[in-house]
Design a binder for this molecule. Structure first.
Ligand code: HEM
Length: 461
C-alpha cells in the first residue's frame, strides 16, 4: 500500500466546499450527459477549469451530508490532482463503493467491488497470472484466434470491425482463463457469455430492468438477470470442479489452474465462491474493453497508410514497438473508459477545496489526454509520440491508476499489438467512409459510432 501523499490532507482545515460546475438541475445535467458525455465534459472544463463538479443524480436535500453529495462527481483534469488521488490511502479514497453496481454480475467477492483490506489480498493472488512471462505466453494464442476469425471476413463489402474484435477477444479471454482447447466447449462458453454481456451492457436493457426493479421491487430485475447469469455461472463452476480434480494441475498454466494453486498469506486456497467471482470478473473486464480499443485502433490507424506500412515493416522484422505505440496513442485519443471513480471516506483537500466525505472523484483520462501542455497537437493521431517519450502514470490513464490500476493492462496491450499485426499482415483493409467515426457512449465505455466500418480489399494479402 503506498504511503499517504504529503499533499493529501485529511483533517479539515477549512469548511467543506465543492469546486464550481454547471448550475442546472441534476436532471438537465444528466440529459446533457446522456446526449454526449465527452462534449459535456469538454464544455465544463472550458468554462470551469481542470477541477469541476457535475451533478447527475437528484438527491433529497434534507438527507445527511454524505447522501447529499452522492451523484456529485468532481472531475480532475490536472495531473497533479490525479497524482494526489492515485497515491492516497485506499481506505480513504475507495473504489469498490463506486463499482457496486457491478455486484449482481461479478459477485460480492470480486476484486472490482472489494475495498481494503480484502482487495489487497485478492489482487496479490490475481496479479501473477497476468504479468511478465505468463502474459507473453498468450501471444501465439492471440495471433491464432485472430487469424482464424480473419478467414471469415467478407471481401469487397463494408462491414463493422467491432463485432469481429468482440468475437476475437471473447475467445482469447475464454481460452486464457479456462485453458480449454476443445472447439465445442469453447463455442458453448463464448455463446453463453456473449449473450449475457450483450444484454447486460445494453443501455436500453439496463433502463428497462431498472424501471422493472423500481416497479416490482427487484423481482423483475433479478429474474431476468438471473436467467442470463445462471447458465454462465454453471459453466464456470463446472470448470472449477474439473480443474480441482485434474491430475495434471501442476503442469497447467491457464489462469484458472494458477488461481486454484494460489494461496493467501495464511496458506489457505481460494474458495469456489471466490474463484467464481474472480473468473467472472476477468471474463467481463477482459473482453469488451479490449474489443472496443481494437476497433478504435483500426478506425484511427487505417486513415494513415504510412503508419499501416510501418506496422507491417516492423512485423516482418520481428518487432512490435510501433504497434505498441499505436495501441498507446489509440488509448490516449479514444480512452475506452473515459474516467475512473473514487469515493472519499473522509474529507480531503484538493486544489484549494476541502471536499467532503461522500464526494465521488473522477480522475478523467479523456480530458487529461487532450491537454496541449502534455501532448502537443493533442487531436492528431501520432503514435510516434510514445516512442519519443514514455507514457506517464498521471498523464496517460486509460487503465486508471494507483493500487486499482487495471490488472489486465499488459494482457490488453499485448492483445492489441498481436491482433493489429496479424490482421495487417494478412489483410488489405481501408476505412469504409472518408469521414472519421464519432464517439458514442456505450454503457461505461466510449465506442466508435458505426462500429469501425471497413472494407477488405481483393481477397486479402
Ligand atoms: C484495453 C482494454 C482495457 C481497458 C481500457 C481497461 C481499463 C480498466 C480500468 C479503467 C480499470 C479501473 C482502474 C481504476 O479504477 O483505477 C480497470 C480495472 C480492472 N481491469 Fe481492465 N481494462 C482493459 C482490459 C482488461 C483485461 C484484458 C483484463 C483481464 C484479463 C482486465 C482486468 C481488470 C481488473 C481485474 C480490474 C480491477 C482492478 C482492481 O480493482 O484492482 N482489464 N480496467
Amino acid at each position: 500500500m503506498p504511503a499517504e501523499s504529503s499533499r493529501t490532507r485529511t483533517l479539515p482545515a477549512k469548511s467543506p466546499s465543492l469546486p464550481p460546475g454547471p448550475r442546472q438541475p441534476a436532471a438537465l445535467q444528466a440529459a446533457r450527459w446522456l446526449l454526449g458525455s465527452t462534449s459535456f465534459l469538454e464544455r465544463c472544463q472550458a468554462r470551469f477549469g481542470d477541477l469541476f463538479t457535475v451533478n447527475l443524480v437528484a438527491k433529497a436535500a434534507a438527507g445527511p451530508a454524505a447522501d447529499r453529495n452522492q451523484g456529485r462527481w468532481v472531475f480532475l483534469a490536472d495531473p497533479e490532482h490525479v497524482r494526489q488521488v492515485f497515491t492516497a490511502d485506499p481506505e480513504i479514497v475507495r473504489t469498490g463503493d463506486t463499482n457496486r453496481f457491478l455486484e449482481p454480475l461479478v459477485g460480492p467477492r470480486s476484486i472490482l467491488v472489494l475495498d481494503e483490506p480484502g482487495h489487497r489480498g485478492q489482487r496479490k493472488l490475481m496479479l501473477p497470472p497476468l504479468h511478465g512471462e505468463r502474459v507473453r505466453n498468450y501471444g501465439t494464442l492471440i495471433s491464432r484466434v485472430a487469424e482464424a476469425d480473419l478467414a471469415r471476413w467478407p471481401v469487397g463489402e463494408p462491414f463493422a470491425l467491432w463485432p469481429r474484435m468482440q468475437a476475437i477477444t471473447l475467445e482469447v479471454i475464454v481460452r486464457a482463463v479456462f485453458g480449454i482447447a476443445e472447439p465445442r466447449r469453447i463455442a458453448r462458453v463464448t455463446a453463453l457469455l456473449g449473450r449475457m454481456l450483450n444484454r447486460m451492457t445494453n443501455a436500453r436493457w439496463l433502463l428497462v430492468q431498472s424501471l422493472l426493479a423500481t416497479v416490482a421491487e427487484s423481482t423483475g430485475h433479478k429474474g431476468t438477470a438471473r436467467r442470463l447469469i445462471g447458465p454462465v455461472d454453471e459453466v464456470i463452476r463446472t470448470e472449477i470442479a474439473h480443474r480441482r480434480a485434474a491430475t495434471d494441475l501442476d503442469q497447467r498454466d491457464d489462469i484458472l489452474s494458477l488461481l486454484v494453486r494460489a494461496e493467501y498469506a495464511d496458506g489457505s486456497p481460494m474458495s469456489d465462491d471466490e474463484l467464481r467471482d474472480e473468473l467472472m470478473t476477468l471474463l467481463i473486464a477482459g473482453h469488451e474493453s479490449t474489443a472496443t480499443a481494437l476497433a478504435w485502433a483500426f478506425e484511427l490507424l487505417l486513415r494513415h497508410p504510412d503508419k499501416v506500412a510501418r506496422v507491417r515493416e516492423e512485423t516482418e522484422a520481428g518487432l512490435d514497438d510501433y504497434a505498441g505505440a499505436v495501441a498507446q496513442e489509440t488509448l490516449r485519443l479514444r480512452p475506452v473508459v473515459p474516467f475512473v471513480l473514487r469515493n472519499l471516506a473522509q474529507p480531503m483537500e484538493i486544489g484549494g477545496h476541502l471536499l467532503p466525505a461522500g464526494t465521488w472523484l473522477a480522475p478523467c483520462a479523456y480530458l487529461i489526454h487532450r491537454r496541449e501542455d502534455v501532448y502537443p497537437e493533442p487531436l492528431r493521431f501520432r503514435p510516434e509520440r510514445f516512442l519519443e517519450r514514455p507514457a506517464g502514470a498521471t498523464t496517460w490513464l486509460p487503465f486508471g491508476g494507483g493500487v486499482r490500476r487495471c490488472l489486465g493492462a499488459s494482457f490488453a496491450q499485448l492483445e492489441m499489438r498481436r491482433v493489429l499485426q496479424t490482421v495487417l499482415a494478412h489483410a488489405d483493409l481501408v476505412p469504409a467512409r472518408g469521414k472519421a467515426e464519432k464517439i458514442r457512449a456505450r454503457f461505461i465505455t466510449l465506442a466508435p459510432a458505426r462500429g469501425a466500418r471497413v472494407l477488405l480489399e481483393g481477397g486479402g494479402k
